[in-house]
Design a protein around this ligand. Structure first.
Ligand code: HEM
Ligand SMILES: [Cu+2]
Length: 508
């Protein structure tokens, strides 16, 4: 057993530690805290939209603040730190090194997250997760907007530091007996997503700085009144954030690569195609950013180029899906919670991917752009695939981290409820989009179809909410009182997979 907390220690010793499993634990707890915070805001949004008219949230500005912070929190303060948590625990072990390459830098990267989270939450900005100019530079109220900008700036630095650490750990610190072509796919996923971060984030860092100086009135990059161009911001933003969606999804796929073979009790069908698809995805991710901007008046040629560039990501994603299915094929599958979440995540990945293909057909995009269709599309990815993969992996890690077992029945209940809820919310949002409901509105006219669909979505969200409460209770109770796990093979799937660094890597 390797992932265990060395021994119960006072909390401050873990907080000031730079050991990878301690930093991993800090990332893990922080990210889960933000999952519940961001999730609560989602429930508030859905409760408000249950009926037309203002019920709970009384004005549009508050509504805008809520969903801005909801999205910012779940993407930047839940998914990304969760991925770092898993990476911290597993990457050094997988490359058989004693720690991350730069342990202090690692702890620093983590410690940038709480202050940025505080800036984002205390500010409660209202300009959506794009911070779109000209609104964001001319009239978005400070200090909320400035706090958001600073919060994201710090998070960006934290991501870059974390990425450097993963790249160096994997490429330079791996055991000399192990070639890069033997490193487990989970570690490969961190290598690819870190490289995307290193290319993409600096662009957004520049955009944020320009946004800030524009707000201060000393520059006019994006301010039309000063000869600036708001569309330029959109390019900088999406050049970063389209690839960033792969930063979010690639580690989740890496986690599935751990779980699927283990619970199918078969080796991965094709290790090499897994690597190839990760690398391909990280490259083609950069070929498609302007598919978010079909409606901004690009030329037909540009639109076509970006449509083709977008579709290039499809085979790369499909390769993973085929690989998972081929691995499960004829396997002796053991459907415990981690496996259920992974398989559910793959099924929804397929659904969401199909929606993505529809989006990228630019003529169709004109009728779905800025409607609930888009909300449905990306939530099916972030919730249906990325969060499912992450939660599945959390169940998988649980015994290794705590030395105890979670309650399996509750884990399954959590899965079934979340799966049903996810379908109810996000498939319905696609339909709402087709009915023409615009996104980001806090009140809507009493059109019967809109009301019905919104109600289904809200009920779905409440089901997810209840399942998350069950999950929380299960995690808290089991980490103290759960039955002791057999840490050699907690899931009874055979084989011993992780080796402590001391036992296996005597040369360091
Ligand atoms: C890998 C997982 C994916 C994630 C996490 C993801 C996420 C997102 C996000 C966050 C947005 C826009 C959000 C917004 O407007 O606020 C979006 C829009 C879009 N996505 Fe995806 N996406 C993924 C995969 C795909 C794929 C595979 C395709 C195409 C084959 C695709 C095509 C599009 C298009 C064309 C839009 C723009 C729609 C519009 O604004 O009209 N996406 N996606
Ligand atoms: Cu995109």
């Amino acid at each position: 057993m390797v992932l265990e907390l060395q021994k119960p220690r006072p909390i401050w010793q873990i907080m000031f530690s730079t050991h990878h499993t301690d930093v991993g634990l800090l990332y893990l707890i922080t990210s889960l805290g933000f999952l519940f915070l961001g999730g609560s805001l989602a429930l508030a949004i859905r409760a408000e939209l249950f009926l037309p008219g203002a019920q709970i949230i009384t004005d549009a500005m508050t509504f805008n603040r809520i969903f801005t912070v909801h999205g910012t929190t779940l993407i930047f303060l839940f998914i990304l730190p969760f991925a770092s948590a898993v990476g911290n625990y597993y990457v050094p072990i997988m490359v058989r090194y004693k720690d991350m390459a730069y342990p202090k830098l690692n702890a620093i990267a983590f410690w940038m997250i709480p202050p940025s989270g505080a800036l984002i939450w205390l500010g409660f900005a209202d300009f959506t997760w794009y911070a779109t100019p000209p609104y964001s530079i001319i009239s978005a109220p400070g200090p909320a907007a400035d706090m958001w900008i600073f919060g994201l700036k710090i998070l960006g630095i934290s991501s870059v530091l974390g990425a450097i650490n993963f790249v160096v750990t994997i490429l330079k610190c791996k055991h000399p007996d192990m070639s890069i072509g033997q490193v487990p796919l989970l570690a490969w996923s961190y290598l690819s997503s870190s490289l995307i971060i290193l290319v993409a984030i600096p662009t957004f860092a520049a955009a944020l700085l320009m946004l800030l100086t524009d707000r201060l009135g000393v520059s006019g990059f994006f301010n039309p009144a000063m000869g600036g161009d708001p569309i330029a911001y959109a390019h900088l933003f999406w050049f970063t954030f389209h690839p960033e969606v792969y930063v979010l999804v690639i580690p989740a796929i890496g986690m599935m690569y751990e779980i699927i073979p283990r619970f199918s009790r078969k080796p991965i069908y094709s290790y090499n195609s897994g690597i190839f698809a990760f690398v391909l995805l990280s490259i083609v991710g950069f070929s498609s950013w302007a598919h978010h901007m079909f409606a901004t008046g690009m030329s037909f040629t540009e639109k076509t180029v970006f449509m083709v560039g977008t579709l290039a990501a499809v085979p790369a994603s499909a390769m993973h899906v085929f690989n998972f299915i081929a691995t499960m094929w004829n396997g002796r599958i053991k459907f415990l919670s981690p496996m259920m979440w992974s398989v559910g995540g793959i099924a929804l990945f397929f659904g969401a991917g199909a929606g993505g293909v529809v989006n990228s057909a630019m003529p169709l995009d004109f009728s779905t752009h800025d409607t609930y269709w888009v909300v449905g599309h990306f939530h099916l990815f972030v919730m249906g695939t990325i969060a499912f993969g992450s939660i599945g992996f959390l169940y998988y890690m649980f015994p290794y981290v705590t030395g105890r077992m979670y309650n399996e029945t509750l884990g399954k209940v959590h899965f079934v409820m979340s799966f049903i809820g996810t379908i109810l919310v996000f498939f319905t949002q696609h339909v709402l989009g087709l009915y023409g409901m615009p996104r980001r509105i806090f009140d809507y006219p009493p059109i019967p179809e809109w009301i019905a669909m919104n109600q289904i979505a809200t009920v779905g969200a409440m089901i997810i909410g209840v399942s998350m409460a069950i999950f929380l209770a299960n995690m808290i109770y089991s980490s103290g009182k759960g039955k002791l796990a057999n840490t050699e093979d907690p899931f009874g799937v055979g084989g011993k997979y992780y080796y402590p660094f001391e036992a296996k890597n005597p040369s360091h």
